[in-house]
Design a protein around this ligand. Sequence first.
Ligand code: ZN
Length: 176
Amino acid sequence: MVVMENAGYQKLLQMVAYCQNVDRCRRSLMAVHFDEVWDNERCNQMCDTCCHEEGFVDITQHARQVVLIVEQAGSMNEKVTPLKLVETWMGRGPAKLRKMIQTTALSRLQAESVIVSLLLQGYLREDYSFTPYTTYFYMKLGRKAPLLKEKTHTINMNIRVRGTVSNRGANPFKTL
Ligand SMILES: [Zn+2]
C-alpha cells in the first residue's frame, strides 16, 4: 500500500499532478524525474502540453461548495469517499446531505478535476482507514481549507483550452 511506504504518498501525489499537468512540457517533467538536462525548445510542440494552449480559471466558488460538503458531512459524522463527494456535489448524494449544500452545474469530468486540483493544492486531503481486507479512502479538509473563509481568497486551476495552439477554442469553464 503506497501510503505505508516511505515518501510513497508524496510520489503518488506527484503522479496525479503529472496527469493533471497542462502547462509544463512532458519531456521536461520526465527529464527532471530522471535527473537529465533538457531544453524545452527541443520538444518542438511534440508533447500534448506543448501543442495545446493552456489557461487558468477561477474555481473559488466551486471550491467553497466542495469544502462545504466535506464540512457538513463531517458534522453529521459521515465519511465521504471521493466518489460520494462527486456524486453529492452533482446532486446525487444522500437526501439529508443534499438539502444543506449547493449542487454544481459542472460536468462530471470538470467536477472531478476541480476536486483533484483542490487535493493537489492542499484544500482537501485524504484520510485512510484500514481493515484486514481493504483500505478505505476518505476526503477531509486540507490545511488550506480555512483560507476559503476569507472573502478575498481566490483559487485558480490550470486548464487546457480546447483545441491546439493553432486552433484556439472556447474555455469550457467560462460559461459557468
Ligand atoms: Zn513538450
